[in-house]
Ligand binder design. Structure first.
Ligand SMILES: NC(=O)c1ccc[n+]([C@@H]2O[C@H](COP(=O)([O-])OP(=O)(O)OC[C@H]3O[C@@H](n4cnc5c(N)ncnc54)[C@H](OP(=O)(O)O)[C@@H]3O)[C@@H](O)[C@H]2O)c1
Length: 231
């Protein structure tokens, strides 16, 4: 039985929900954050089976004060693995950029990881595993961009990578391992029906990458099967 406490953002569907399922199956205690708990039916169903091992907390990542308030509510909890999974993507191709929506990408995909790290560093540092993980994307790699477009999403995930690299340096003396992870192209609402990977396979791989990681890997940009990705 695992004694881990794992917190996952955007846990009502897609990869976030799959993280919850797999960590619960492993015996972990899990905090799932969602925008609207009343709509999170799969989590409610899981709760009937695992009881107090699963807590569902409301959190809209556009609201920085709500992040701080959640951290205050969980101030006594050691969090072994914090996974910022929630993400936002709409198409921004050349000639179709939109100012307000660009900002939304940056708030959820780039600034939320920093705000979460600032709010939860103490809870992660007091745990056994001490891991802070964000789901980035290969689309945030500047070096691997060979198809253009998707301006807001690519830029916001590239910014997330830069922020995670700084966090890996700033949090090293607290023993916190920071990772930027790409889940592969996965069949979820964001990934679409044509994606080659299913969520259980992607998340099983990501969990292995997280479990194996140590301070020696902090600041790495890795994909679901452990391969290092170019920045
Ligand atoms: N699927 C892929 O192929 C792929 C590839 C590379 C990277 N990723 C990354 O993997 C992560 C998970 O993606 P996914 O495929 O599981 O996507 P998804 O099925 O579209 O799920 C996105 C999640 O983010 C949540 N979210 C969006 N805006 C939020 C906000 N303001 N506050 C709180 N939660 C919010 C959504 O909640 P609501 O239900 O309330 O909207 C949902 O739970 C994302 O960071 C994504 O960028 C995915």
């Amino acid at each position: 039985m695992s004694t881990q406490h794992v917190l996952v953002t955007g846990a009502n569907r897609g990869l976030g929900l799959e993280f919850i399922r797999q960590y619960l199956a492993d015996g972990a205690t899990v905090t799932a954050t969602v925008r609207d708990p009343a709509e999170a039916r799969e989590l409610a169903e899981l709760q009937t089976r695992v009881g107090e091992r699963l807590t569902v907390e409301p959190l809209d990542l556009l609201d920085g004060d709500a992040i701080d308030a959640l951290a205050a509510r969980l101030s006594d909890c050691a969090i072994d693995v914090l996974i910022h999974n929630a993400g936002y993507m709409t198409r921004h191709d050349f000639g179709h950029s939109a100012w307000a929506d660009f900002e939304t990408h940056f708030r959820i995909n780039s600034y939320a990881p920093l705000r979460l790290a600032e709010a939860f560093a103490r809870q992660v540092a007091q745990s056994t595993e001490r891991k802070f993980v964000t789901l980035s994307s290969l689309l945030g790699s500047v070096a691997a961009n060979d198809s253009g477009g998707l301006y807001a999403y690519r830029a916001s995930k590239a910014a997330a990578n830069a922020i995670l690299k700084s966090l890996s340096i700033d949090l090293r003396n607290r023993g916190i391992t920071v990772l930027a992870l790409h889940p592969g192209w996965v069949r979820t609402r964001m990934g679409g029906a044509n994606a080659p990977l299913d969520a259980p396979t992607s998340v099983a791989g990501l969990r292995q990458v997280i479990a194996k990681a140590s301070l020696a890997n902090s600041g790495d940009f890795l994909q679901w099967d452990g391969r290092t990705l170019p920045w």
